[in-house]
Design a protein. Structure first.
Length: 202
């Protein structure tokens, strides 16, 4: 029997997060999409993807919407099928399963796993502050970076190239949605950590 996930990451539960936004400033630009993949560990110490949840987000009142960001992500704010949630409700949708898994695993809190996660964590923290949500399940400043891990393991820091180098599939037509990018980032994280275990036994 291997160590449980609570011991593998010093009491933290890895949760992959990706956000798509209306710009680069977390104070003035809105979070438009958010997705999360909860990471599990099997009895052999191998990581795998657990629950995957995502939400489209209604821009907060007064948010700056940069058309270039919408063009890059392909998000159409007027799409009738988008069905966005209010910012606070979107966070609750993401946080509920995360809190449940933190309790179930005995972890202290979740830690954000992302590709260049400073961006995602900054927007997440700004959204938490703006909506006045108490007791975020995520560590406020620590994170795991798959750009760094991809560079270490495969010599690639761009998500699509790191995913391909890891032997995983990448569909450019689906990229730049929070749901897809979160899933591929989670797959990359699991591959790197699992290969490290094979090499080192840890």
């Amino acid at each position: 029997m291997n160590m449980p996930i609570v011991d593998r990451f010093r009491g933290f539960l890895p949760v992959v997060i990706d956000v798509e936004t209306s710009g680069f400033n977390p104070s003035t630009n809105a979070m438009l999409e958010i997705a999360a993949c909860i990471i599990h560990m099997d009895d052999f110490g191998r990581l795998f993807i657990g629950e995957h949840v995502d939400a489209c987000v209604q821009p907060f009142e007064g948010a700056v919407i940069d058309p270039r960001s919408l063009e890059f992500t392909g998000i159409d704010l007027d799409d009738p099928e988008r069905n966005p949630l209010a910012e606070k409700e979107a966070l609750r949708r993401i946080f509920q399963p995360v809190r449940k898994e933190v309790r179930a695993t005995g972890c202290q809190r979740a830690i954000l796993v992302g590709h260049n996660p400073a961006f995602d964590l900054a927007f997440l923290n700004a959204s938490i502050e703006r909506t006045q949500i108490k007791r975020s399940p995520f560590h406020p400043f620590s994170s795991f970076d798959t750009a760094t891990l991809g560079g270490l393991a495969f010599g690639q820091t761009v998500l699509s190239r790191a995913v391909a180098a890891a032997g995983l599939e990448w569909n450019e037509a689906e990229a730049h949605s929070a749901a897809y990018d979160t899933l591929k980032t989670a797959e990359l994280f699991c591959v790197v950590v699992n290969r490290w275990k094979i090499l080192t036994g840890r």
